[in-house]
Design a protein around this ligand. Structure first.
Ligand code: B12
Ligand code: SF4
Length: 370
């Protein structure tokens, strides 16, 4: 059989829904990436700036022709919502896709070596110096969208990407699916923070996904109310995309991570949930990425947007006891939202303010006291 066809069939046989080949050259969307970086839209994701040159010319390091075997894996499922209403991006509800894709790609790589189709394939997923969506579009897996997500006819935006870098030259798979955004602007209109500043360009600093997953510091005050009940990630621009409305329910693929049972905003703020306990709870879940203090910060924010008595008690605990100034500050902010600042709450914030040594947390506490 033609080696190119054999590679594609083996990739499909490995369980990937979408497969395609494209040369590993400078990415077609390199100019968009450069202007995105130059305008600072990547926020604190320094690894993207550090890897600028590699991303713009990933082949420059090697002397052999290389081909990218791009793969896509569908993950559409029903909404992710905890019992208290907190929302979690659908991709993070089950077992971590990075592990699944990484293992499946390495297995596929070994099989390709055994079949004499490659010698040292490299498996890559997500936070790697490659513009995955750009290459996947070129390999015909999907089409670019105004929300920047890649769209495929069967899954809409609900699929992950990964790739094998092959040290052989293979004819590219040409021609993507015949779908397009057309005049639809549902994603741009629905984004609660206005993060999609023009079609196909996202200001990560305004994106709820970036703020709740990648930002390790305080979440800017002007964005907090717009976060609504998003605890981790955000799916709004994907949910409103008409191309995704008929995607199959693939909830069984990644299951539901065991931590989801009984998980709540209040639990995430519990001072008993130490860093090691947190790591154990979320082992094998993509939700471990922001670390304990990041998720506790996000939980405090949602409790501020959706006040409850149980939430007020948890926030008062964290205000005085959380080891992270970022969580203490967010707790003060949340107590000032919609909760009537009764005498008891006010004096708790004043007491916390007097004891607070972190200047940012102190300033936040002052602001919430008005
Ligand atoms: C950094 C990053 C983020 C950042 C920045 C996202 C962004 N839009 O740039 C943050 C943290 C915000 C983020 C969020 C999310 N991410 Co993310 N992220 C990445 C990562 C690591 C790099 C992306 C990047 O290089 N951005 C820089 C910009 C310039 O590149 P780009 O958006 O890929 O470029 C496209 C646009 O510029 C567009 N374009 C350029 N010009 C024009 C012009 C027009 C008219 C149009 C229509 C389009 C267009 O075409 C390019 C190629 O498609 C990739 C993995 C990877 N290595 O590529 C995953 C990746 C893009 N993320 C992914 C996912 C699932 C998400 C979330 C849905 C998670 C969630 N539910 O919270 C959200 C979606 C938010 C959104 N609307 O993008 C998937 C996307 C899968 C798909 N089907 O598209 C990826 C590919 C990870 C993976 N391996 O599956 N992410
Ligand atoms: S993920 Fe949410 S905040 Fe980010 S661009 Fe999409 S709708 Fe806007």
């Amino acid at each position: 059989m033609d080696p190119r066809q054999q590679v594609l069939e083996m990739a499909q046989g490995a369980g990937f829904d979408l497969v395609g080949l494209t040369p590993l050259g400078p990415p077609r969307d390199g100019a968009a990436f450069e202007s995105w970086l130059d305008d600072g839209l990547h926020g604190s994701m320094d690894y993207l700036e550090r890897n600028r040159d590699r991303i713009l010319d990933p082949a420059s390091a090697g002397d052999r022709p290389r081909t990218l075997l791009m793969v896509g894996l569908g993950h559409s499922r029903l909404q992710g919502r905890l019992e208290d209403g907190a929302r979690i991006a659908r991709y993070a509800l089950g077992r971590d896709y990075h592990n699944w894709m990484g293992k499946a790609l390495r297995r596929l790589g070994k099989a390709l070596v055994q079949a004499g189709l490659a010698s040292k394939p490299l498996a890559r997923v997500d936070a790697v110096p490659l513009m995955e969506r750009s290459y996947a579009a070129d390999a015909g897996l999907g089409v670019r969208s105004k929300a920047t997500n890649l769209l495929a006819p069967r899954f809409g935006p609900w699929f992950f990407l990964g790739e094998l870098i092959l040290d052989v030259e293979l004819e590219p798979t040409l021609g993507g699916p015949n779908i397009a955004c057309g005049s639809c602007t549902a994603c741009i209109d629905a984004c609660p923070t206005g993060a999609l500043d023009s079609p196909g360009r996202l200001d990560a600093r305004l994106c709820i996904s970036y703020q709740t997953i990648e930002n390790r510091g305080p979440i800017p005050a002007e964005l907090r109310e717009h976060h609504g009940n998003w605890l981790f990630g955000c799916d709004i621009c994907s949910e409103v995309c008409p191309w995704g409305h008929k995607a199959p329910n693939l909830a069984d693929r990644f299951g539901l991570h065991r931590s989801m049972e009984g998980l709540s905003l209040v639990r995430l703020m519990d001072p008993g949930l130490t860093d090691p306990a947190f790591a154990q709870l979320l082992e094998g879940s993509a939700m471990s990425r922001p670390k304990r203090h990041g998720l506790a910060r996000n939980a405090a924010l949602v409790l501020g947007n959706h006040p409850s008595e149980e939430g007020r008690i948890a926030l008062l605990q964290s205000l005085g006891n959380d080891p992270s100034p970022i969580v203490r500050e967010m707790s003060a902010w949340a107590l000032g939202q919609g909760h009537r600042l009764d005498e008891g709450t006010r004096s708790a914030i004043e007491r916390a303010w007097r004891l607070e040594s972190n200047p940012d947390a102190r300033a936040g506490m002052e602001a919430s006291l008005g």
